[in-house]
Design a protein around this ligand. Structure first.
Ligand SMILES: [Zn+2]
Length: 371
């Protein structure tokens, strides 16, 4: 009997009498060894952490769960929840994501994120390289957006908001990533493992008391099929999000229950730009042509992180660039971190929002469009 992998590690033995009538379901714990890495992982989790398991490719120590909620889209059955763990993989710190039939280990390397994936549907591991990180030339464009001031935003019913507030015991920040229809050739879990997993782990370090979620959506008419690649891509994306939020009555309580909407695209989001975001706003865009830090970079802008506060670090013997660096050099590695100054900016931004009185229609603030 095939059991869904997300089920607890308890197996059932079906006992049938000779005449074929089902008479009992006897729960028992399976001790059967299996060569499948996903099963081994699930069994280790069920035993309690930390645990070390030996896979074909090396030793994996699962240190602790990461308190981040994940949802992946699924063609057949709504969404697939995911969970994340801090791990040591072959002697190095890494982040692991478990969802559906996947286990993916994200290991940030100097210029790319190495992903070792295991699937319960395939033997052995597979390695993944997402996108071809090419140059990330940015000419920072700043322009005030008047659009934000006129759009009705998040007009959720009072009951919906109250429900959301009850659900959010902690202030909640939801990173909602809409995967453009043109990214359908790329596995969703691997977009997460390459561009997002390591960053979410770091965000949890920066915002330890905030509830963090990452939701991936695909095939959403009016959102994942919009044209982009032109100068007004970000405005168009924001208008599409506003319409969606209005239509779906998304609850949003400043400082308590917030969404940050990202459109993930295959090609450049605007001429010469692999990412765009409103500085301190709710919408951003990132292209898989960008560096592995592109999602961190653009989401950083939405939390007011700036290029000016990015830095080159020399601490590890080889220079690396923090997430908000705009003039990237192929000779420098990624740090996969924000600078201390940008961490402070983001914390201050969230802390200020916390003190903003709850309003359904916050007055629009002039925004800066930034790449
Ligand atoms: Zn930027």
């Amino acid at each position: 009997m095939a059991l869904p992998l997300a089920e607890p590690r308890r197996r059932f033995i079906l006992i049938r009498m000779a005449f074929g009538t089902l008479i009992a379901l006897v729960p028992c714990v399976s001790h059967a060894r299996t060569d499948n890495a996903v099963d081994l992982f699930d069994e280790a989790i069920a035993r309690g952490l930390p645990q070390t398991i030996v896979l074909d490719d090396g030793a994996l120590t699962i240190e602790s769960p990461l308190d981040v909620e994940l949802h992946f889209p699924n063609e057949r059955a709504g969404d697939v929840p995911g969970s994340m763990y801090l791990v040591t993989w072959r002697g190095e710190q890494a982040v692991l994501t478990r969802s559906g039939t996947h286990v993916d280990i994200s290991m940030p390397r100097s210029g790319s994120v190495e992903v070792t994936g295991f699937s319960s549907e395939a033997e052995g591991s597979h390695h993944m390289e997402t996108g071809a990180p090419h140059s990330f030339t940015e000419s920072v464009a700043r322009q005030a957006s008047s659009q934000k001031m006129t759009m009705p935003r998040y007009a959720a019913g009072k009951t919906t908001i109250m429900k959301a507030q009850r659900a959010a015991a902690q202030p909640t920040l939801i990173f909602w990533l809409f995967l453009h229809d043109d990214t359908l050739g790329v596995t969703r879990q691997h977009i997460h493992a390459s561009y997002v997993a390591w960053w979410l782990a770091d965000m949890k370090r920066i915002f330890p008391t905030r509830r963090l979620s990452a939701i991936y959506s695909q095939h959403v008419a009016g959102l994942t099929d919009i044209p982009y690649g032109h100068e007004s891509s970000l405005k168009d994306w924001s208008a599409a999000v506003d319409n969606y939020a209005w239509r779906e009555k998304l609850p949003r309580v400043p400082g308590e229950f917030e969404y940050k909407f990202m459109l993930v695209t295959r090609d450049e989001v605007a001429p010469g730009a692999s990412g765009l975001a409103w500085l301190g706003g709710d919408e951003a865009m990132a292209s898989l042509t960008g560096r592995y830090t592109i999602v961190a970079h653009e989401y950083g802008h939405t939390l007011t992180a700036s290029h000016e506060d990015a830095e080159v670090r020399w601490s590890s013997g080889w220079p690396c660039e923090t997430n908000l660096m705009s003039s990237v050099s192929p000779l420098r590695a990624n740090c996969y971190r924000y600078s201390a100054a940008n961490e402070r900016r983001m914390r201050r931004h969230m802390a200020n929002e916390w003190t903003v009185p709850v309003r359904l229609d916050p007055p629009g603030i002039p925004r800066l469009r930034i790449e």
